[in-house]
Ligand binder design. Structure first.
Ligand code: ZN
Length: 423
């Protein structure tokens, strides 16, 4: 039942293993807000060696990238570094308030959309509200080419405005709205403004869900639920996770919008997705050296401006005797624009990690997969007649059998390396 109490979870150990991303010195958590059990819910992370604020903790997440340095500095000046923590009157838990939750109040002309959204076209008077006891609130809204702008209000006070337009595809995107509100009842409102980006085809607001932090008991009896909104974890990594020590730590470097139920697991990502525990830069990892039994990264290194620096950091935080697994793009077209810099061959990824003992270099993604992606990304797929395209793909797939694994090394979609750090 209480398997998470057997070992302190990775998330509970963050306070001990996070370090200054610049000098790797110990950080001093100031302006602390603790739960009665002593969990650090929020604070300012000050580096005595550098003499500056390097990050914050917000609603249990460590943020070395997106925090408001000026606001954190002012908080620190007001309270002083040594101020005693404030302790919440109760433990807290996260609750999702979904688009169809009866506690939501919808005013104006909202419609249901796609079985998972409430849709406003941005008409005056449209408003979505939720009232209850909560300390933090965030929302997941859809960005797409028809989306406009929305304003957030908390207890009637403006709490930010967002532009939901994105030129291509659609993405459910996470927006923190407010945090560390005073214990007691609050109300949050999402108001479509009717405004839009000049390129947007409409001023829609598509609401998926709210996430609130409310009184409750999280932690011991309820290990984090597994949610993965990005690439599945590679089978090779799943195997390595099984072999990692039961009380160990596992780092998913650039895991994206993913949280695994495994209590050893910590995801650090640069982007402000909802699920990472830490927002940090792979080229300046905010962790103590040698603390992770397994470090893995999938489809990250092609998105890092200096992959050698990121590889060195991943090797640094791996414990002596620990294992590293990294996979990255080889023959993949440009994706995640504009943060796509360097693809690598099988020899290239080996070069990145040669400070470790390389155990295996491998490659994946069949020829048909690569060509299909090229056809889609170049627009050729969209311009072909559907039947003709389907026949072409079927023909390509039949060619995969003609490319044995050794030959695939020259034309694979991705490459991977498994290595260990000398003990
Ligand atoms: Zn420092």
């Amino acid at each position: 039942m209480c398997r998470a109490t057997a070992h302190p979870s990775g998330l509970a150990r963050l306070a001990r293993i996070t370090r200054c991303p610049d000098c790797k010195g110990e950080l001093l958590p100031a302006c602390r807000v603790l739960t009665p059990a002593g969990r650090l819910k929020s604070g300012v992370l000050f580096c005595p060696a550098c003499g500056g604020v390097k990050g914050t903790v917000r609603n249990f997440k460590y943020d070395f990238v997106h925090f408001d340095a000026q606001a954190a500095g002012e908080r620190l000046r007001r309270s002083g570094i040594e101020a005693p923590p404030s302790v919440l009157p109760y433990e807290v838990a996260e609750e999702v308030v979904a688009f169809d939750d009866p506690r939501l109040t919808l005013r104006g002309a909202w419609e249901s959309w796609d079985g998972r959204y409430r849709l406003s076209h941005g008409a005056a008077g449209d408003e979505l509200a939720f009232a209850g006891e909560f300390l933090d609130v965030s929302a997941r809204l859809l960005k797409h080419p028809w989306s406009g702008r929305a304003r957030f209000l908390v207890d009637g006070v403006p709490a930010g405005e967002v532009d939901l337009y994105q030129p291509k595809w659609s993405t459910v995107t996470w927006f923190p709205i407010a945090g560390d509100l005073a214990p007691g009842p609050h109300e949050v409102r999402i108001v479509p403004t009717g405004g839009k980006h000049p390129e947007a085809a409409g001023s829609q607001v598509l609401f998926h869900e709210l996430i609130v932090t409310r009184p409750g008991y999280a932690g011991a009896a309820s290990p984090a639920k597994e949610t993965n909104r990005v690439l599945p974890v590679f089978p090779a990594v799943v195997e390595l996770m099984k072999q990692a020590p039961a009380d160990g730590l596992i780092l998913d470097c650039g895991g994206g919008d993913r949280a695994l139920g495994d209590p050893r697991y910590i995801n650090v990502d640069y982007q402000q997705y909802q699920l990472p525990a830490v927002y940090g830069d792979a080229m300046k990892l905010p962790f103590e050296s040698g603390v992770f039994d397994l470090v893995f990264s999938q489809a990250l290194l092609e998105h890092v401006a200096n992959p050698f620096a990121a590889a060195a950091e991943m090797a640094r935080v791996t414990r002596p005797g620990g294992v590293l697994w990294a996979g990255m793009a080889f023959l993949q077209p440009v994706h995640a624009v504009p943060s796509h810099y360097f693809n690598a061959t099988a020899w290239g990824i080996e070069e990145l990690f040669k400070q470790l003992e390389i155990e295996e270099v491998s490659w994946f993604g069949e020829l048909s997969f690569t060509i299909e992606w090229l056809l889609k990304e170049s627009g050729a797929a969209g311009r072909m007649e559907a039947g003709e395209y389907a026949a072409l793909i079927e023909r390509l797939k039949s060619l995969d059998a003609l490319v044995p694994y050794e030959a695939l090394r020259a034309v694979a979609s991705g490459v991977a390396v498994r290595a260990h750090k000398p003990a």
